[in-house]
Design a protein around this ligand. Structure first.
Ligand code: NI
Length: 151
């Protein structure tokens, strides 16, 4: 089911999200709905608070594949890259953000299994952007040269 994407100004986007502790059908429905919503919007990622659910779950959809990261935690971050970002919760804008060029995270999948992963380039950027959402941080907090763009 397509869910409504919360827009900037809503408190849920500024909430420190709670860890996922139960890996049940409710979580899977949330993740499936988020995927459907993300695909429709053709975005690179979506975090649970963006559909109004303040839990630590994000999706990333990039060249490397489609990923669900539950309770993601950074192990390390290396290097620096600067590039353009937008956000489905901040319509009509884009900005330049400096991010690590390479990150390693540990996370759980939808069944609670633990994994680790290294992401580079735009993939790393997307992971950082989505994980920021889990701590109530928007890219506009970090961006320079925010400009109007067409959605
Ligand atoms: Ni975003």
């Amino acid at each position: 089911m397509i869910r409504e994407i919360v827009q900037v100004g809503d408190e849920v986007l500024r909430t420190k999200c709670e860890p996922v502790t139960v890996f049940d059908k409710n979580l899977w429905t949330l993740l499936d709905d988020m995927k459907e919503t993300l695909r429709k919007e053709e975005g690179a990622g979506l975090a649970a608070p963006q559909v109004g659910v303040p839990v630590r779950a994000v999706l990333v959809d990039v060249e490397e594949g489609f990923f669900e990261f539950i309770n993601p935690v950074f192990v390390w971050q290396k290097g620096e890259q600067s590039g353009a970002e937008g956000c489905l919760s901040v319509r009509g804008k884009a900005g330049n953000v400096t991010r690590p060029s390479k990150v390693k995270i540990i996370f759980q999948d939808r069944k609670g299994e633990k994994y680790s992963l290294v992401a580079r380039g735009f993939f790393a950027r997307a992971v950082c952007h989505e994980c920021d959402h889990l701590d109530g941080v928007l890219y506009t907090d970090k961006a320079t040269e925010i400009r109007e763009v067409e959605d």
